[in-house]
Design a binder for this molecule. Structure first.
Ligand code: OTU
Length: 650
């Protein structure tokens, strides 16, 4: 008998046994019992298979599976009734907003956007005016004192950072947002905890059970075997991925702890099934607070194996799939967003309805910036044409920048296939966007420059990177105009190429870099704070009148979003890239049922010719109803965006 046969026979039996064992817990809760066991029936076998693949070698495998389902049952029993109604709707209709062109994501830090959670509640009107339907608040959990990686070092997933509010405030906010049509997204920082999380504290005290939650070593023997294969994520911090933590009881009077990111972020050991169950508990706790989307932080790093880069391993996918199955059983309303900023092939592998149905599209982001610097859309076209497809039932978030740095994540092989030297090109882009290159319009900074490999990434806000800062500084209205047009050109691709658009709040007003970051940010050596400024509320009144560069950006964006809302094709990931002759131009066609949209964007400040017959032969009209002839040659102004629809469907 093969192991496949064995699973097919055993899985349903295990699920049945679990039902018998867990049923008494649901006494007096018949509806919850019915829903839970129906969901267990549907997803239990999938969970069984996943846990078997991950931990089947362990003598206590069946017990571990039971423990995980028990965590799900506890959460299902605690799930507030109003959210249970959302569960039911979600199960019936799927994630309807994936195909909704009205969707707009906004992201920001609670304190920098609005002071605290109550403050966010007071800004709902601003958000709805902008059209925000999904709000991602950066990690707002309890953190250690001192640097905390912008909240990504979590001391307690069940406690809100005191200066931001309480868990009750969070629940109240989630509910109010929902009443206004805004879904709340939060992070699940699941690759690591802060060094003072209760699990870490117990490990420090010498509790072997909790030491097994992390990856700890008495000496450098194992670390030294891993290190040569690992990428340094934060090279500027010095050292390698392991941190010596003195005082942890053991023969050496301390231990080497695996810390992929900062030394105060201890990587969790998912080879220990208890960690998976514990994290599932934290996940469902947050889901029960009314959070609809969890951004799964740093997904590539979840599993380690000697001799590999310890990124994107098969088991990392299985861990996410197992969490997905647990969520499907206990909290079906929950949606996972994958944060994998890696090779485009690896990014896509995290995206699937039964893993993470939603993902950032870092390739589109990087490619837009690449095209803006080179005024050549070759790589951008390639990315759109060959690397946008996703499995049915999944979706992209499209964006130009997040709270993180910008990395040049195009595939080497794609660059090479177009005669571009990838390393040289990345180095050019770094020089361009840090403003070092003489022809650069950008103001940014190199993030985590690695003197050994020459790698670096870029920090900066949308407007500063796109030239507005330099233009304003030069006091040159022509350059300012160019920068505004450039920003809108970049945004138009985000809003139409394929997926759901995401804005870092403040970018809609062309907010510039914050050079005071070293004095007022926790983590003064981390220049990502350059692009995490306090929200410029003082600029909103003039910008709302459409005045100044901020006003033009905001107005242009609103027009763009208004156009998008009328065209369901713009929320699909399918895109037909047009083989336009001028490489400064990016053109594509979007289609969905009757809806058909044509977009042509000039990625340069020069006027560029669009030849007769280069557009698909159709009668096109622009948003104002003016015909857009396909059979005559025309000039596109610098950074002009042409959007057209079929004349018969306006
Ligand atoms: C993420 O980013 C977060 O977005 C960062 O803000 C955190 O610092 C980090 O995790 C640690 O929690 O390397 O430069 O492929 O690229 O997870 C940012 C994924 C990062 C990594 C990504 C990471």
């Amino acid at each position: 008998m093969t192991s496949g046969d064995w699973i097919t026979r055993e899985a349903p039996r295990a699920v049945e046994r679990l039902q018998t064992r867990l049923a008494p817990r649901f006494n007096g809760r018949p509806r919850r019992r019915r829903d839970f066991f129906r969901r267990l029936e549907t997803h239990g076998e999938r969970l069984f298979r996943l846990i078997h693949r991950l931990y089947g070698w362990r003598w206590d495998f069946a017990w571990q599976l039971e423990r995980l389902v028990e965590v799900a049952a506890e959460a299902a029993l605690a799930r507030p009734s109003p959210i249970r109604r959302l569960d039911a709707a979600r199960e019936e209709s799927g994630i309807e907003w994936f195909g909704d062109p009205r969707v707009l994501w906004g992201m920001g830090y609670v304190d920098r956007f609005a002071g605290d959670l109550a403050g966010v509640g007071k800004r709902i009107e601003y958000l709805t005016e902008l059209g925000v339907t999904h709000l991602h608040l950066m990690p707002l959990y309890a953190v250690p004192e001192g640097p905390n990686d912008g909240g990504y070092a979590v001391s307690d997933y069940r406690r809100v950072r005191p200066d931001l509010g309480t868990m009750e405030d969070l629940e109240a906010l989630a509910e109010r947002l929902r009443e206004h049509g805004i879904a709340l997204a939060l992070d699940l920082v699941l690759n690591h905890t802060a060094h003072d999380h209760p699990w870490a504290l117990k490990a420090r005290q010498g509790d072997p059970r909790y030491q097994d939650y992390y990856l700890m070593f008495d000496d450098r023997t194992l670390p030294d075997r891993f290190v040569p294969h690992l990428r340094e994520i934060f090279p500027e911090r010095g050292g390698d991925a392991f941190t010596w933590v003195p005082g942890i009881p053991g023969p050496a009077g301390g231990k080497w702890v695996w810390t992929t990111f900062y030394p105060f972020q201890w990587d969790l050991n998912y080879a220990n099934p208890e960690v998976l169950a514990a994290m599932a508990g934290e996940m469902l706790f947050l889901a029960n607070r009314g959070v609809e989307v969890l951004r799964m932080d740093a997904t590539p790093f979840l599993w380690k194996r000697e001799g590999t880069s310890c990124e994107n391993l098969e088991e990392a996918h299985l861990v996410l799939q197992a969490l997905n199955a647990v969520a499907a059983i206990a909290a079906p309303f929950l949606v996972f967003l994958s944060e994998a900023i890696v090779h485009p092939d690896d990014v896509v592998r995290f995206v699937a309805p039964q893993e993470c149905p939603l993902a950032y599209n870092p390739l589109l982001m990087a490619s837009e910036w690449e095209a803006a610097a080179t005024r050549d859309t070759t790589l951008l076209r390639h990315a759109l044409a060959h690397r946008t497809a996703l499995p049915e039932g999944s979706q992209w978030l499209t964006y130009l920048r997040s709270h993180d740095d910008i990395g040049w994540g195009f595939a080497d092989e794609d660059a090479i296939s177009h005669g571009i030297d990838p390393a040289g090109h990345r180095s050019f882009l770094n020089s361009f966007y840090s403003g070092a290159h003489p022809a650069s319009f950008a103001r940014g900074m190199l993030f985590q420059e690695n003197p050994v490999t020459g790698d670096a990434r870029i920090s900066g806000t949308l407007a500063s990177l796109a030239g507005l800062e330099a233009a304003l500084e030069a006091g040159d209205p022509v350059l300012v105009d160019q920068a505004v047009r450039r920003i809108l050109a970049l945004l138009s691709v985000v809003a139409t190429a394929g997926g759901l658009p995401l804005l870092y709040l403040g970018d809609e007003l062309g907010q510039l870099n914050d050079y005071r970051w070293p004095t007022h940010s926790p983590g003064a050596d981390d220049n990502r704070w350059l692009h995490r400024p306090f929200f410029p509320w003082e600029e909103v009144p003039t910008a709302s009148e459409g005045m100044g560069a901020s006003g033009r950006i905001r107005a242009g964006l609103l027009r763009l979003l208004e156009f998008r809302r009328r065209h369901p094709s713009l929320a699909t990931t399918e895109v037909e890239v047009l083989p336009l002759r001028s490489r400064e131009l990016l053109g594509y066609r979007k289609r969905h049922h009757d809806d058909e949209v044509l977009v042509v964007v000039n990625f340069s400040e020069r006027s560029v010719g669009l030849g007769a017959g280069e557009l698909p032969p159709r009668s096109w009209v622009d948003p104002e109803g003016q015909p857009v002839a396909w059979d005559t040659t025309r000039l596109l102004d610098g950074y002009q965006v042409v959007m057209a629809t079929r004349s018969d469907i306006r």
